[in-house]
Write a protein that binds this ligand. Structure first.
Ligand SMILES: *Cc1c(COP(=O)(O)O)cnc(C)c1O
Length: 395
């Protein structure tokens, strides 16, 4: 009956939603390289190089900087299962879906969670975290989302870091959509633990979760009274697999490690500063273009991400028909809103490899066409003109 199934041949898409984003061609090529055994000396070398590259891209010298097997959420879970013991107090900033997910994960680890809320589309004000730290004694860690992909907000970290460390707590950051898009500055900002994913600004497929832990976080891990609840995500064992000991834990997903190494190599080769500038330039151009179509952006300029833009759906226009048409007519995927923003926003990603002129032009032109079909009126051509002007003036 095998003849019933045709060879796998999905349609071509341009992935400009909140992730996965398009994979860099050279990363795709790296994934067709034949496997090595995971304990082969040649593969151990590749693991070492991957860790070196990860440190560069994370902007840290943390020894414990490695890739967990699993997607971004496995990175989130890794940090919480390792740093939290039942009964520990943790403060979590919640201004979107991924903050909510951290609350869920931390409470499953038995943490006593103190939630600090802010409206979706705004930052979590550092003063609110400060107040929570004053009210609650012996807080083990404070966690925030650096790039809240559900809203397009960029959380400022520097002041938070001072506040959190003044109270002796660990500072944890979700950097899933930050890495390879905006500066993470783990060491400079004094972030004790961060996790990320491969399918956002790294332009690799989903499947690995790079994490990094400061010396203070590693000490906290070694002071645990109880065993880490998860065998698979126990960093004390994973560390010895990724270190000189090469203690067998689980089989690393070889192909994914190849893809991560290539994705990181491309970023280091381009230069981190250039990569950040490229995201800011084309993200800014997209913002200018959308505004020239009289569309409102959810987040105010100073806290707006470049790699993920939330744009408000105009009155009289429905979410789904527009996204369906973009997909059918142009093969273009953008994201819808999540949680309380469902049906209210679209989320457009310009992540990693996609942060380029051609993607900006394509997305604006396709959106302009489809919105016009749906009866939304604005000055024709204004979007591309505004975007191109932004690029000329900021290049
Ligand atoms: C995508 C994302 C995650 C979850 O990553 P998965 O790879 O979907 O598990 C977590 N946090 C943020 C900010 C994200 O954007």
């Amino acid at each position: 009956m095998i003849g019933l199934y045709k060879e796998l041949n999905p349609p071509n898409r341009v992935l400009m939603g909140p992730g996965p984003s398009d994979v860099h061609p050279s990363v795709l090529r790296s994934m067709s390289i034949p496997l090595l055994g995971h304990l082969d000396p040649a593969f151990l070398e590749i693991m070492n190089e991957t860790m070196d590259l990860l440190r560069k891209v994370y902007q840290t010298e943390n020894k414990v900087t490695l890739a967990m097997s699993g997607t971004g959420s496995a990175g989130m879970e890794t940090i919480f299962v390792n740093l939290v013991e039942p009964g520990d107090k943790v403060i979590i900033g919640v201004n979107g879906l991924f903050g909510q997910r951290m609350v869920d994960v931390a409470s499953r680890c038995g943490a006593e969670v103190i939630q600090v809320d802010a409206p979706w589309g705004e930052i979590v004000p550092p003063e609110k975290i400060k107040d929570a730290l004053k009210q609650h004694k012996e807080v083990k860690l404070v966690a925030v989302v650096h790039s809240e992909t559900s809203t397009g907000v960029r959380q400022p970290l520097e002041e938070l870091s001072e506040i959190i460390h003044a109270h002796g707590a660990l500072f944890v950051c979700d950097m899933v959509t930050s890495i390879g898009g905006i500066p993470t500055k783990i060491d400079e900002y004094g972030i004790d633990a961060a996790y990320s994913g491969t399918q956002k600004c790294l332009s690799a497929p989903p499947g690995l979760a790079p994490v990094t832990l400061s010396t203070r976080a590693v000490e906290a891990l070694s002071r645990r009274k109880s065993k880490v609840q998860s065998w698979y995500l126990d960093l004390s064992m994973i560390q010895s697999y990724w270190s000189e000991e090469r203690f067998y834990h689980h089989t690393a997903p070889i192909t994914m490690v190849y893809s991560l190494r290539e994705a990181l190599r491309l970023i280091v080769h381009e230069g981190l500063e250039n990569v950040f500038k490229r995201h800011a330039l084309y993200g800014g151009a997209l913002h200018a273009g959308l505004q020239a179509m009289d569309l409102e952006l959810l987040v105010k300029n100073e806290h707006r991400l470049h790699q993920l833009t939330a744009v408000c759906i105009p009155k009289g226009i429905d979410d789904l028909p527009v996204r369906r048409r973009l997909l059918q007519k142009y093969g273009l995927e953008i994201g819808g809103g999540l949680g309380e923003l469902k049906g209210q926003i679209w989320r457009i990603g310009l992540m990693g490899y996609n942060a380029r002129q051609e993607n900006v032009t394509f997305a604006l032109a396709a959106l302009e066409d489809v919105l016009r079909e749906q009866g939304y009126h604005f000055i024709s051509g204004a979007a591309l003109e505004a975007a191109n002007r932004f690029i000329r003036e900021n290049e």
